[in-house]
Design a protein around this ligand. Structure first.
Ligand code: ARG
Length: 457
C-alpha cells in the first residue's frame, strides 16, 4: 500500500518495520480528539478563506461520517497507515475523494498529535477531579459516623496516643484535597492549543490559530510554535500529580490491609470488594487494596519513563515522543479505576467500633496523659516523662495497664498525683482534651469536617 508520505521513496519498508514504527495500536484511543481537531482546523481554513466553502463542506461531511462510524466502532485501522492521524486522513480520502487531501493544509501531524493529547487529557483530568471529590464525600460520610469512635493512633506502627477514628479518615481527605488542587491547577497548562504550530515553524497560510482554538474550547494558544510541538510538560505534570495521588492511595491501601487482618481486626471489607483463595476456604483477601498498592508502581514507572524519554531531546518534534502515549493512557486508566474502587471499598466497609474501643483500653497510649498531668502541676516535662516511663515499666512487670495501678503506687512515684488521675487517664478524656487547632479532640474533628463540607459544596 502506498503511504500518504510516499512520494520521495523508491521502496517501502517491510511489514515488520512498519509494525515497529506504528502507533495505531494505541493511539486509536485518540480517535474522537483527532476528528474534533480536524473539524476545528477545516472550519478555520474556511473562515480564513484558505479553502473554498464547497471543499470545507465536503471535508466536514466526511469527518462527521467518520465520527459516526467511530461511535459505532466501525472504523478499521491499519498498521500500514502508521498512526491515528494518517489512518483517519486516508479514510477521509477514501470516503470523499481527493478533496479530503486538502484537510492537511497548513498543519502537521506534529501539532495535530499535540492537540489531540491536550484535548484528551483536559477531559480526563476533569473526570478525575470529580472522582476525587466523590471519594472525599464518602470519607466525610464515614468520618461523620465515627467522630467519637476511639482508635489507637500510631507512630512507628507502635501504639502512640488514642485518637478519633474520624480524625484518621479525615487525614486522607486532606491529602486528596491537595491532589485535587494540583489536578485543578494543571488544567490551565493543559488548556492551551498547539494547533497551527505546523511541523515546528508555523505556516505560510494565513491561518487564525485563535479561531481554531476557540472551536476546540481551548482557553489559550501556545506562544511559540517550537514549544507547542515539543512540549510534553503537561503530560509529565499529569503523571507527577498521579504519582502523588497513588502514593496517598497506597498508604491508605496499606492501612486497609492491616486493619482487615485478624491481628488488627479494626474493619471488615464488604464481600463485594474482597476475594477468596483457591485452596484455603477460610480466606477473605483485601485484593483490591493490594492491587491499588501495587499499581502505584506502574504509575511511578510511567512518570520515570516519560521523564527519561524527554531528557536531552533536541527541539522540536522527535519520534521518541510517540512514547508519551501508552504511559499516559495507562495512568488515566489506573487512577480512574483505583479511585472508583477505593471509594466503594471505604463506603461499604464495616468499622469494628467495639474492637477499636477495646484496643485503646488495653495499651499504654494514655501514658502521655500522665506525663502532661505532672507537667501541668509544675514538674519539668523531662522529669514527668521519666516518672511515667518507670510506671509503665512497673505495669509491664505486673501485667497491668496504667488505669489498673492503685493510687498508692502512683503516689509513690510522685506525690503530685491525686485521685483525679483516673479520669485524666481515660482514653475518651485523652482524646476529648486534645482540642488544639487541627487536633483529634472531638470538637476539632467536627470543625474540620465542617470545613471539608464547605470545600466540597
Ligand atoms: N504518531 C506520532 C506520535 O505519536 C504522530 C506525530 C508524527 N510526526 C512525525 N513527524 N512523524 O508522535
Amino acid at each position: 500500500m502506498t503511504k500518504l508520505w510516499g512520494g520521495r521513496f523508491q521502496k517501502s519498508a517491510e511489514q515488520w518495520v512498519d509494525e515497529f514504527g506504528a502507533s495505531i495500536g494505541f493511539d486509536q484511543t485518540l480517535v474522537n480528539e483527532d476528528l474534533d481537531g480536524s473539524i476545528a482546523h477545516v472550519q478555520m481554513l474556511g473562515d480564513c478563506n484558505i479553502l473554498p466553502c464547497d471543499d470545507v463542506q465536503s471535508i466536514l461531511g466526511g469527518l462527521v461520517q467518520l465520527k459516526k462510524l467511530a461511535v459505532e466502532n466501525k472504523l478499521e485501522f491499519s498498521v500500514a497507515n502508521e498512526d491515528i492521524h494518517l489512518n483517519l486522513e486516508k479514510m477521509l480520502i477514501d470516503l470523499i475523494g481527493p478533496v479530503g487531501g486538502k484537510l492537511h493544509t497548513g498543519r502537521s501531524r506534529n501539532d495535530q498529535v499535540a492537540t489531540d493529547m491536550h484535548l484528551f487529557l483536559k477531559n480526563r483530568v476533569i473526570e478525575i477531579i470529580e472522582l476525587i471529590e466523590t471519594f472525599q464525600q464518602t470519607l466525610v460520610t464515614q468520618a461523620e459516623t465515627h467522630v467519637e469512635t476511639l482508635a489507637p493512633g500510631y507512630t512507628h506502627l507502635q501504639r502512640a496516643q488514642p485518637i478519633s477514628f474520624a480524625h484518621h479518615l479525615m487525614a486522607y481527605f486532606w491529602m486528596l484535597e491537595r491532589d485535587k488542587d494540583r489536578f485543578k491547577d494543571s488544567v490551565k497548562r493543559i488548556d492551551i492549543s498547539p494547533l497551527g504550530a505546523g511541523a515546528l515553524a508555523g505556516t505560510t497560510f494565513p491561518i487564525d490559530r485563535k479561531v481554531a482554538a476557540e472551536y476546540l474550547g481551548f482557553a489559550n494558544v501556545y506562544e511559540n510554535s517550537m514549544d507547542a510541538v515539543s512540549d510534553r510538560d503537561f503530560i509529565l505534570e499529569f503523571l507527577s500529580n498521579s504519582s502523588m495521588l497513588m502514593a496517598h492511595l497506597s498508604r491508605f491501601a496499606e492501612e486497609i490491609i492491616l486493619w482487615s487482618s485478624a491481628e488488627f481486626n479494626f474493619i471488615e471489607l464488604d464481600d463485594s470488594f474482597s476475594t477468596g483463595s483457591s485452596i484455603m476456604p477460610q480466606k477473605k483477601n483485601p485484593d483490591m487494596a493490594e492491587l491499588i498498592r501495587g499499581k502505584t508502581g506502574r504509575v511511578y514507572g510511567n512518570l520515570m519513563g516519560l521523564l527519561t524519554v524527554i531528557k536531552g531531546l533536541p527541539l522540536a518534534y522527535n519520534k521518541d515522543m510517540q512514547e508519551d502515549k501508552e504511559g499516559m493512557f495507562d495512568t488515566v486508566h489506573t487512577i480512574v479505576g483505583s479511585l472508583k474502587i477505593f471509594e466503594g471499598m471505604v463506603r461499604t466497609m464495616v468499622v469494628h467500633t467495639e474492637r477499636l474501643h477495646d484496643t485503646v483500653h488495653k495499651d499504654f497510649s494514655n501514658a502521655t496523659e500522665l506525663a502532661d498531668y505532672l507537667a501541668a502541676k509544675g514538674l519539668p516535662f523531662r522529669e514527668a516523662h521519666e516518672i511515667t516511663g518507670k510506671l509503665v515499666f512497673l505495669c509491664i512487670q505486673r501485667g497491668y495497664f496504667l488505669l489498673d495501678l492503685p493510687l498508692e503506687d502512683l503516689q509513690q512515684a510522685s506525690s503530685l498525683i491525686e485521685s483525679d488521675i483516673y479520669d485524666v487517664l481515660s482514653p475518651l478524656a485523652a482524646v476529648r482534651r486534645r482540642n488544639s487547632l487541627g487536633g483529634t479532640g472531638f470538637e476539632q474533628v467536627k470543625v474540620q469536617i465542617e470545613e471539608a463540607k464547605k470545600r466540597l459544596a
